[in-house]
Design a protein. Structure first.
Length: 201
């Protein structure tokens, strides 16, 4: 199998081979850091959940007005038999029983890592990479704030559409945004980088 992998890597253009090696290395490094360091600490997941909850409520109150929405920060067990807890931001509308819980899987961290990882692995000047990394991080957060805000409106006003919107509609929107960031980044350096030309060919 190792021989097959080497042959496959050798058959790729140099630029594509470099990209793939960087991607695999970055993926392994991220998973190790997350599982061994970040997950036991509960950060940056907890911080993102709290920021997302506050930003969602601010957005809802800004556009709907009258400060009807609130957020309650709490901890919840990761599963029924676990003593480990994770951050949760519960967004609710005053006077109504329905609410939306924002948990670690909803905080957009994996989407941020995915978008930034592609930019770091692809060819390009350091300054351009830095600008796009910042744009990707900030953009994914804003998209997620909009997503949670709309989900709260749907849950409190049109609950029949909540599951479809949560599982499919807004997930597609999030990944579409990341894809557009990638395409804009790649299109901006195609033709100017020899390695990028090799990948294109």
């Amino acid at each position: 199998m190792a021989q097959s992998v080497r042959e496959f890597m050798g058959s790729l253009p140099p630029g594509a081979s470099t990209f793939l090696k960087r991607a695999v290395g970055l993926f392994i490094a991220w998973k190790l850091f997350y599982i061994l360091l970040f997950q036991p600490l509960g950060e940056p997941d907890g911080w993102l959940v709290r920021m997302l909850g506050e930003a969602t409520v601010s957005t809802l109150n800004l556009f709907i007005g009258e400060e009807r929405f609130r957020v309650w920060h709490t901890l919840t067990p990761t599963d029924a038999d676990s003593a480990v807890s994770e951050a949760c931001a519960v967004v609710y509308r005053t006077g109504m029983q329905s609410d939306v819980g924002i948990y670690a899987p909803c905080n957009g961290l994996e989407l941020m890592v995915l978008s930034v990882g592609f930019i770091l692995c692809f060819e390009g000047p350091a300054r351009r990479k830095s600008l796009y990394v910042l744009a990707a991080l900030f953009g994914v957060f804003l998209v997620n704030v909009l997503r949670c805000s709309l989900l709260t409106v749907i849950k409190t006003g049109h609950p029949a559409y909540f599951e479809f919107s949560h599982k499919y509609l807004f997930n597609i929107a999030g990944y579409s945004f990341v894809f557009l960031i990638w395409m804009h980044y790649v299109n901006g350096i195609m033709g100017s980088s020899p390695s990028a030309q090799e990948i294109q060919s």
